[in-house]
Design a binder for this molecule. Structure first.
Ligand SMILES: *Cc1c(COP(=O)(O)O)cnc(C)c1O
Length: 418
């Protein structure tokens, strides 16, 4: 009995729980499933950097010490027009670092529109981050409207910065007015203070090209001349988890010199992976190489064809599936309410009951199978959405479905026999 428990505990410890899985939810940036999957080229760059030594802080032609940001700095400059770049662990760290770095003796107030005092998720709330940085929040405007004159009248000799935060995960509509960062820049320059523009997803491509709502891009934010721009690496940029700080050289240098920069610094694998991801954009191959954009750009027709193949194989194995129109989303707190038309393989609740199982039992069997598959359950249907499944995983997905179906129908039959 005790030995059995010890064996089970040892088995649990030695079996990886961080299992690769197939995301059939139709949510492209699924935070619980690790946000953006990276390109194969990126994954290889990260694996090579992690497994060996790399020229992280050495110039190989001279043997002299080099800066660890040199390559990313060049890439971000080419892609966005920024003067300087700094990469940290995630955008939460980037936001905290830039806020801490702009504060000076006697200048600790940060001005923020009430409409932008947002919660991004979990414990990340802008007013809390502001307090953590040592800044004092100066709350201006109203929930729906904040004008340039609101910023103007809030600036005093104690002001350190004007903060703009993209409302990534919700939309205000109707009688609303926000003042864009670019309109705040002349005001900030006149007072020798910074505009910080937290653009959130940090995309290099406007999703409006794919029929989605528009999102502020990094080149646009840099063109707006904000002193400091911050963004995530693993949202619409489609790279590894990272916090990106771009902007004017003297302000980025101030962030790099702050003690928190060392506490938040990104590791060699992240830096290698982010550089590899950025190169896909430089060569204009993001639509085929960066998984997030490949998933967004795939035509519905292509998804329908693949679903039809899954359906044929499932039927041959005796599984009563159907093909349905579904609604994929970008997720990850980006593009709220925006829908990408998609196609899914479906099993409805009545069909499952007739076969002696339930959608929940089937979902559990899928999640605990090999490979693990995370389905979407909605409107009494279990859905396997094709948009978030890589075509190379098609065969594995259908095999997993067949195994899960047999397990769920037999396990339930077995239970009722008892
Ligand atoms: C997502 C987001 C963050 C947090 O970024 P992480 O990379 O998840 O730490 C901060 N600000 C905005 C506006 C965001 O959208």
């Amino acid at each position: 009995m005790v030995i059995g428990q010890i064996v089970a505990a040892l088995h649990a410890l030695t079996t990886p729980r961080f299992t690769p899985l197939l995301n059939a939810t139709g949510v492209i940036l699924h935070t619980n499933l690790g946000r953006a999957p990276v390109s194969d080229v990126t994954a290889t760059a990260m694996q090579e950097a992690a497994a060996g030594y790399v020229s992280l802080e050495m110039q190989l032609n001279t043997g002299a010490r080099g800066g660890r940001m040199a390559e990313l700095h060049t890439l971000f400059r080419a892609l966005t027009g920024c003067e300087a770049a700094l990469v940290v662990n995630n955008n939460a760290a980037a936001t905290l670092l830039v806020l801490a770095a702009v504060l000076r003796e006697g200048r600790t107030e940060v001005v923020l529109s009430r409409a932008e005092a947002v919660e991004i998720g979990g414990s990340f709330r802008i007013p809390d981050i502001l307090r953590q940085s040592g800044a004092t929040l100066v709350d201006i405007g109203t929930t729906n409207r904040t004008y340039l004159r609101d910023y103007e009248s809030a600036i005093t000799e104690r002001t350190a910065a004007l903060l703009k935060v993209h409302t990534s995960n919700f939309r205000l509509s109707g009688f609303v007015q926000q003042t864009p960062a670019r309109e705040l820049v002349p005001l900030a320059d006149a007072h020798g203070i910074a505009v910080i523009d937290d653009v959130g997803s940090g995309t290099l491509v406007d999703p409006a090209r794919y029929g989605l709502a528009t999102e502020p891009t990094l080149p646009q934010a840099i063109a707006g001349s904000a002193h400091l721009v911050c963004a995530s690496g693993d949202k619409l940029l489609g790279g590894p988890q990272a916090g990106i700080i771009l902007g004017r050289a003297e302000w980025v240098a101030r962030c790099a010199a702050h003690p928190l920069a060392r506490a938040f610094r990104a590791d060699k694998a992240t830096l290698a992976g982010l550089a590899a991801t950025l190169r896909h954009y430089l060569t204009n191959e993001h639509e085929t190489q960066v998984p997030v954009w490949r998933m967004i750009a795939t035509p519905v027709m292509a998804l329908r064809e693949r679903c039809a193949q899954w359906d044929t194989v499932a039927h041959a194995a005796g599984i009563p599936t159907t093909i349905v129109d579904s609604r994929a989303t970008v997720g990850g707190g980006s593009l709220p309410g925006e829908i990408l038309p998609s196609v899914a393989l479906a099993i409805d609740a009545q069909t499952a009951r007739t076969a002696g199982t339930t959608l929940d039992a089937l979902a559990t069997a899928l999640r605990t199978g090999t490979p693990a598959v995370v389905p979407h359950i909605a409107d009494d249907q279990l859905l396997l959405d094709a948009r978030t499944i890589h075509p190379r995983d098609d065969a594995a997905l259908v095999t997993a479905l067949i195994a899960a179906w047999h397990y769920a129908t037999q396990a339930t039959a077995h239970k009722s026999a008892l």
